[in-house]
Design a protein around this ligand. Structure first.
Ligand code: NAD
Length: 250
């Protein structure tokens, strides 16, 4: 694997504009389960109930009970892992311009990445569906002690997390800035994504079509492996620190 790591590091070093594209797999070593595959969240919780906008609008209590019992306790205890930290180190060293993430856990920012595009929003912000007032996760959690679903303190409107539910479209401005990154970059590092969720998975494809070097680091193979210049099927927390080390040595 060392030769591939060196080749990836040298490609990053020679790039003018390198970006990363990340998915649930980069956070799995922090203890956040991925959605799909063995042990995935959706094997226990039906996404049509817990992550679907129609169901949320019909009966938000399922989501808020899930938030109270599962989401909140999990996000309160997780920390960025070696992969998030390595990516932030590449940012600080000036190698990585932006991280485009499908994740909603905020761990890239917590690790120190300065430019993060959150395609699917964030669970760390809760907002009022009527007046847009924002609440932290802690504030929303304490509201749940007295009312489910929680209501806005200002206008009594319904609250919701700032995430993109199934059945909703991505924020067009956020999607546009992600596509701009894909068009501008000459190197894209895809980490921990099954690359099956569209339109997100289109971003590495677009970058590759525009001539960027594509590197895929994922525990399992992906449908886009045939497009990649390098593929490493290993844990991100093992691979990314080695790339950082190689960048330091070269
Ligand atoms: P996915 O669940 O479809 O795929 C995750 C991939 O990561 C899998 O192919 C798996 O093999 C790989 N993987 C698991 N552990 C890994 C590790 N340690 N190192 C490298 N690879 C590893 O996830 P996706 O592609 O991001 O798409 C699904 C959707 O899941 C996204 O929309 C995202 O919003 C959402 N999601 C987010 C979180 C989070 O915020 N942490 C968690 C679960 C799901």
């Amino acid at each position: 694997m060392m030769d591939v790591i060196k080749a990836i590091a040298s490609s990053i070093k020679n790039s003018k504009y390198a970006v990363a594209f990340t998915g649930a797999g980069i956070s799995s070593e922090s203890g956040i389960p991925t959605y799909r595959g063995e042990g995935g969240l959706w094997t226990k919780y039906d996404p049509n109930i817990y992550a679907n906008v129609y169901y949320f609008n019909k009966d938000p209590s399922y989501y808020w009970n899930f938030f109270r019992e599962v989401r909140f306790p999990m996000l309160k205890k997780v920390k960025p892992n070696k992969a998030h930290i390595a990516m932030a180190e590449m940012d600080v060293a000036g190698y990585l311009k932006t991280v485009i993430t499908q994740n909603i856990d905020g761990l890239h920012q917590e690790a120190g990445s300065s430019s993060v595009i959150e395609l699917h929003g964030t669970t760390r912000i809760i907002h009022c569906m009527s007046c847009s007032k924002e609440y932290s996760m802690d504030e929303a959690f304490s509201k749940l002690e007295t009312e489910i679903p929680p209501r806005c303190s200002e206008c009594k409107g319904k609250l919701r997390p700032a995430v993109v539910f199934f059945g909703e479209t991505l924020d067009p401005q956020i999607l546009r800035s992600a596509y701009e990154e894909a068009e501008n970059c000459d190197f894209i590092l895809s980490v921990g994504s099954s690359l099956v969720v569209f339109p997100a998975a289109d971003i590495p494809v677009k970058a590759k079509q525009r001539g960027a070097t594509l590197v895929i680091i994922n525990k399992e193979s992906t449908p886009l492996d045939h497009l990649a210049d390098h593929v490493i099927n290993e844990e991100a927390g093992n691979v990314l620190p080695q790339i950082v080390q190689s960048l330091k040595e070269s």
